[in-house]
Design a protein around this ligand. Sequence first.
Ligand code: SAM
Length: 252
Amino acid sequence: MTENPYETDALLQQYLVFHYAGLAEQFPFSFGASDALGFPVRCVSEGLDFESLKPEARALDLGCAVGGSSFELARHCSAVIGIDYSEAFIGAARQLQSTGKVSATRLDEGSLQTRLELEIDAGIDRARLSFETGDAQDLRADLGQFDVVLACNLICRLPEPMRLLSRLPELVRPGGQLFITTPFTWLEAYTPQANWLGEGAVDSFAGLRASLEPMFKLERAWDMPFLIREHARKFQYSIAQASRWRRADSGK
Ligand SMILES: C[S@@+](CC[C@H](N)C(=O)[O-])C[C@H]1O[C@@H](n2cnc3c(N)ncnc32)[C@H](O)[C@@H]1O
């Protein structure tokens, strides 16, 4: 791939709107699709088991983009690291972390745009967060262990998903939780077909499961719709496969 789309201004603005704009600012219709709004927040509110989460929990958000789920994690965890490969996305996440706000341009139609002033909820302690650029397939060795690891809509954007999946047992503390979503949108532009999970994506979820078990135990698997606005009358409606996994207590 020549240019990384996640470094473009068009996707930066699209993701700022996706992660932080009000729900009616994203989808101002009373019919359809409302079940798919608020995905970055729902990855935390629907994805995690809060009963087993201690207040001093450490969390890692892999492929965090502009950080929407990372900020939501900080409501429940005392330290959150967000990592993404895109310098543009991490730059915006850092601005939100340091100032609590960022401007974004929402595309309406043609060249018509609306400028939005986006803010982090004042109830979130931004000092709990840090953001860094990094490759999820080659994470720095000294990250340590986490009570929560999120990898939302990331694995089908990696050239070699197995390089991340095989590192996860080390990253999630025994008893900790791993939350993964993916629409399994396999594209050669991101992932060579030989590396698609589940025997070339014959059954991607079976492949994901085979790569995580027995170090992780599957607690729950379900469907999670999400909506990304392209312009006022065009939206991407996707259904991610969501799954929550518990790190086994022993090495096994
Ligand atoms: C489809 S977006 C999902 C972002 C976010 N988790 C969400 O659910 O909205 C994929 C993200 O993965 C990031 N990404 C792609 N390859 C990566 C890599 N090798 N390491 C870390 N992040 C990567 C992209 O920059 C982008 O932010």
